[in-house]
Design a protein around this ligand. Sequence first.
Ligand code: RB5
Length: 147
Amino acid sequence: MNIVIGSDHGGKKLKDSIVEHLKNKSLNVNDIGPYTIDSVDFPSYAVEVGNRVAGNDADLGILCCGTGIGMSIAANKINGIRASVVSDCFSAEATRKHNNSNVLCLGERVVGESLALKIVDTWISTEFEGGRHGRRIEQISKIENDL
Ligand code: RB5
């Protein structure tokens, strides 16, 4: 599995922890930065991660900022991206099973590191259920494509 990950300064510490965690699991992780804690604007990182997932350069994307919210708003502007802000393992599982979410957004100022890593593990190991949920994803795609 190929995972692309990015953050802003507010999520960099959590991003770095997730990168190390995923590498320890022998997953292929592409860290697009930032690589210092200097202040940066999150939308460009959201767009880069989103484009790589939408363009099939990566299977899944992860974005970290202070809350996860700004990243999700920006990433969801990209056609084909279903980005979810998640702060608990139940939602992490549900958003893969039901929403086929392809970008996970986490808030470093919201969730602790241990919980965040459990959320990541739950999210990447859960499969989309399809069926009625697939019909609903198609309806969301239609909204994007009719705009
Ligand atoms: C940066 O201060 C902060 O606004 C950002 O990390 C994020 O939380 C935005 O949604």
